[in-house]
Write a protein that binds this ligand. Sequence first.
Ligand code: AMP
Ligand code: MG
Length: 313
Amino acid sequence: MLASRLRAGELVAVPTETVYGLAANALSSAACARIFRAKGRPVSDPLIVHIERLAQIEELAVVTPAVRKLADAFWPGPLTLVLPKRAIVPDIVTAGGSSVAIRMPSHPVFRRLLRLTGLPLAAPSANPFGYVSPTSAEHVRDNLGSRIRFILEGGPAYIGVESTIVDLREPRRPVLLRPGSISAVEIEQVLGCPVKIRSSAKRAIKGPHIAPGLLARHYSPATPVILHDSAVDMSVSRSDEAYVFVRKPAGKRSLNCHWFDSRGNLAGVARTLFATLRRLDRAGYRRLHIEKAPGVDGLAAAINDRLRRAAAR
Ligand code: AMP
Ligand code: MG
């Protein structure tokens, strides 16, 4: 039933292992235009196209041995590859550009829908543009319930941060465009060559047009966010501000003291990151003080990237 809605050009919110997505037929400009309208997303921001089988990639993009290596190692999973596009991909999907972003997700419920639909599905996060990403069907309902008719329930997203995006247009010069749970080091090991990391500074200068995840301000709660390098810098002093730690602090804690994961396990932090930001955004605090995740690659990079954008004004 949802597969036929998608084939008819309608939108369906879907569970994925990273965050919930808002899916449409990627081969239909009219269907994809609905995604932009529902999210209030500028058309300058391209969409990720999701496939179920590797064979589907050939009609969408130019495939090189480097693509096969990464697909072998990480698909289905939270890795998106930016590749030269073929003519069948509508301009609206790629923001008029000559490259398309493709991912094969692992979430069984989304995979079943992709299989039944038989089409590649374009799907950005299922939230209003710029707001905190949704990691449950309830988050989608809260934000977009009045704008979309179909939400497929698939339980909480079990990774909790968006996919790692690698620009592979030049197979020997891979560039990490967005950090996710698959680290730059893991990608280097598979490709056997260095991965260039696009720093946030470079992103800010080059502007948002290559990818929406590159906007300085994104994933943002309405409440101002202040980041701290470690818990040591965070003295819980004001009762009208929240203090959010990576792990559960020892000793006596006040009510405005929060944490992402009781043991500070980064997989747990990633999984609860967006739900925590949403919950505290509704709690009426004046400001949210948040401790950054320890580390520089993989999940720590992904978590801190989202936190920096949440804090950007
Ligand atoms: P969102 O829709 O906000 O969940 O994120 C979709 C992501 O896809 C963005 O963050 C972009 O970084 C990425 N993306 C989509 N298409 C392209 C493309 N052609 N080139 C580079 N990045 C892309
Ligand atoms: Mg998004």
